[in-house]
Ligand binder design. Structure first.
Ligand SMILES: C[S@@+](CC[C@H](N)C(=O)[O-])C[C@H]1O[C@@H](n2cnc3c(N)ncnc32)[C@H](O)[C@@H]1O
Length: 262
């Protein structure tokens, strides 16, 4: 499906599109590795599905969507479990990788170039929606959470994994990795712009305080089924993807929400 007129995209979606189109080549190797594994693993520390449990064991005949699918390996894992899968992503370059890797693995996916805040599918099209560092961090929660709710059938589940607000507020203004100090306000946390930082500039992300996530889910019509704070494994000793492993052994760097549509 063609992307909508880019000029009409919100500023953060335009900025993040340019960012992801630029860095997409750096994500091919990680995508290729994840596609090669039949056992899902999650987040920057690669925690196994047996520990984190993000996917339903049986997805046979279900309709699933990945919101911000990137290189598409999560979509691939769902398709291998029997789901019909749509992956939507804001970056055509990331989708090039997803197309190439799904082709190599003989996995059929429907890949859509677009903004996960406005998905071109009718209400109640899906049984399951997921995002691992896609819409989960790059989309405005006040827009994408109601959109995910709209897309799901009654009792459908939304699962997403991203950074905790603690990881954001402990990141120094330089953009260096999280520290043991609080560098920004917690209350009011929302649009966070990493485009101008000195170290490892990025795009625009949307962390929320935990109580604001709860309020948003309640207001949207989601029940919270589970909430996980992920800890880096004790045996791991190297930072990954600009994420500090020793920090993440002490404090929650990533979290997971599992929600059910009421
Ligand atoms: C770190 S990747 C996560 C996807 C997947 N887990 C992976 O690692 O390949 C982040 C993805 O979110 C996508 N993204 C950012 N903003 C988006 C938006 N508004 N709608 C859809 N996708 C978006 C980016 O283009 C990028 O491919």
């Amino acid at each position: 499906m063609p992307a909508k007129n880019p000029k009409k995209l919100p500023a953060h979606v335009r900025e993040n599109r340019a960012f992801w189109d630029r860095v997409a080549p750096q994500w091919v190797a990680a995508g290729r590795k994840a596609w090669a594994s039949d056992d899902p693993y999650w987040g920057v520390w690669g925690l196994p599905e047996s520990q984190v449990g993000l996917l339903p064991a049986d997805m046979n005949g279900t309709d699933a969507i990945e919101l911000g699918c990137g290189t598409g390996y999560v979509s691939g894992w769902m398709a291998r479990r029997g789901a019909r899968v749509v992956g939507i992503d804001n970056s055509e370059r990331q989708l090039d990788t997803a197309r190439e890797l799904s082709g190599e693995h003989g996995v059929e996916l429907t890949l859509v170039h677009g903004n996960a805040e406005v998905v071109p599918y009718p209400d109640a099209s899906f049984d399951f929606a997921i995002s691992e560092y896609g819409a989960a961090i790059w989309c405005d929660p006040h827009v994408w959470i109601p959109e995910a709710h709209r897309l799901l059938r009654p009792s459908g589940e939304l699962v997403f994994l991203g950074n905790t607000p603690l990881a954001t507020i402990t990141t120094p203004p330089s953009g260096d990795v999280s520290s043991a100090l609080l560098h920004r306000d917690y209350f009011g946390l929302h649009r966070t712009d990493w485009t101008e930082v000195e170290i490892d500039p990025g795009g625009i992300e949307f962390p929320l305080p935990i109580s604001s996530w709860f309020a948003l889910f309640k207001q949207t019509g989601f029940e919270v089924v589970d909430y996980l704070e992920l800890q880096a494994p004790a045996e791991m000793d190297t930072d990954r993807f600009h994420s500090p492993v020793e920090w993440a052994k002490r404090w929650p760097y990533e979290h997971v929400w599992r929600l059910r549509k009421r």
